[in-house]
Design a protein around this ligand. Structure first.
Ligand SMILES: [Zn+2]
Ligand SMILES: [Zn+2]
Length: 251
């Protein structure tokens, strides 16, 4: 039984091999992204799929400041730096009408994305927190849609990734949006050129370094849970390794 479970976990983490229009099928355009003077992140959520925003015990810890720190790290060397507009509290995010889907295809997420209008200037990333699962793989935590700035996050899968008291799903959620935003920015070797070879080509647009948030297994629950446990121990906030940071910081 144990053996079977392990095999199953390995299989379902194989996000780079999924069919469809996930990240690695079409490259992102780094000129548009790294040339933008403003990047706005819009977060939409279904009722019951609210992102974790603030730790109730440690009132100072805003989970989305982890996301902010990681995106800032990627743009560290840009001059002038783009203005980043990133929500940190639920009141800065948008509740949408519940779609109520148990299974989401990539086209379902694209259709949902077309129902929201944005008026911000510059580049706009849209992140949808929904209930239910990805049609192709019930353990995928989220995906970025190739050649777009749209991402889906599967809140039910995140919520069951571990104990909230130990803050596992909270960090898993942050790591997931950071991973998918990395794809939206053209990582790894998917529009954004590599400074040194570090693409794990066998698994699509992913990094060959297991301690990096762009490692392929960090898109499925089991891989990311281990990654996050390690992260909490080392108290590291920036989840990209130096190879991924180098690609972005030198573009
Ligand atoms: Zn991925
Ligand atoms: Zn990396």
């Amino acid at each position: 039984m144990k053996m079977f479970l392990l095999t199953l976990l390995l299989l379902i983490s194989a996000c780079g091999k999924d069919p469809g229009k996930k990240s690695s099928t079409q490259a992102q355009n780094p000129n548009t992204i790294f040339g933008a003077n403003q990047i706005t992140v819009k977060v939409y959520y279904e009722e019951g799929a609210e992102p974790y925003t603030q730790d109730s015990d440690l009132a100072l810890l805003k989970y989305w400041s982890i996301y902010q720190a990681n995106i800032e790290a990627l743009f560290k060397n840009r001059s002038p730096k783009p203005t980043l507009v990133i929500p940190t509290s639920l009141s800065q995010m948008t509740k949408i009408k519940t779609v109520g889907k148990a299974k989401w295809s990539i086209d379902d997420v694209l259709s949902l994305s077309k129902t929201v209008e944005t008026s911000e200037s510059g580049l706009v990333f849209k992140i949808f927190f929904v209930k239910g699962e990805y049609t192709e793989n019930s353990n995928v935590l989220g995906f970025h849609i190739s050649n777009t700035y749209t991402m889906a996050i599967f809140k039910d899968v995140i919520a069951r990734s571990g104990s909230e008291a130990e803050r596992i799903p909270q960090y898993v959620e942050q790591a997931t949006i950071i991973h998918e935003t990395g794809h939206a920015l053209g990582l790894v070797n998917n529009g954004l050129p590599m400074k040194a070879a570090h693409q794990d080509s066998e698994h699509g647009a992913h990094c060959n370094e297991p301690t990096c948030v762009m490692y392929w297994q960090n898109e499925g629950t089991s891989g990311l849970r281990n990654f996050v446990k390690n992260l909490i121990q080392t108290r590291s906030i920036v989840m990209f390794d130096s190879q991924c940071l180098n690609d972005a910081q030198n573009y």
